[in-house]
Design a protein around this ligand. Structure first.
Ligand code: SF4
Length: 158
């Protein structure tokens, strides 16, 4: 059907545009931040992948990079920052601490940020190398390209 063809092409182009125009908000709390900074700087150059513009307000960001340890005390702050981002939005958890609490298997540390916000990509490692962070970004781009978007500019849950 011609209508379906147009909708499918539109969805493809929307995914293509979105995956190469990510505005990320770095929620950096601990040592993994050094690797994030390397990934963002000239040597590894995250700008090659269309994600070079760092935003320091969640209202201007559509991708949050959670980098490092998130304590129970900090968890409500992360949830608030996530809620302040507009749709569509994505989340990458970077480092073992953000993914699962890492070496901090105790009452004070959140045992994975997916307990409070939805996570699209998990990047393991203590810390992960900058190449792994960029690999996580590429995997997120593949995911964005495949997502279906409805006319209210929201991603559909699959
Ligand atoms: S994963 Fe390792 S390097 Fe990263 S914040 Fe936790 S302890 Fe630090």
């Amino acid at each position: 059907m011609p209508g379906n063809f147009i909708a499918t092409r539109f969805n493809y182009m929307l995914g293509w545009a979105r995956k190469f125009s990510l505005f990320h908000y770095p929620f950096v709390t601990a040592c993994c931040g050094m690797e994030y900074m390397s990934a963002a700087c000239a040597h590894f150059d995250i700008d090659r992948f269309g994600a070079g513009w760092t935003r320091f307000t969640p209202r201007q960001a559509d991708l949050i990079l959670v980098v490092g340890t998130v304590t129970q005390k900090l968890a409500p702050v992360l949830k608030t920052v996530y809620d302040q981002m507009t749709e569509p939005k994505w989340v990458i958890a970077i480092g073992a601490c953000a993914v699962s609490g890492g070496i901090y298997d105790n009452y004070a540390v959140l045992q994975g940020i997916d307990q409070i916000i939805p996570v699209d990509i998990f990047v393991p490692g203590c810390p992960p190398r900058p190449e792994m962070i960029l690999d996580g970004l590429l995997k997120l781009q593949q995911k964005i390209q495949k997502q279906e978007h409805d006319w209210r500019w929201k991603k559909k849950t699959s």
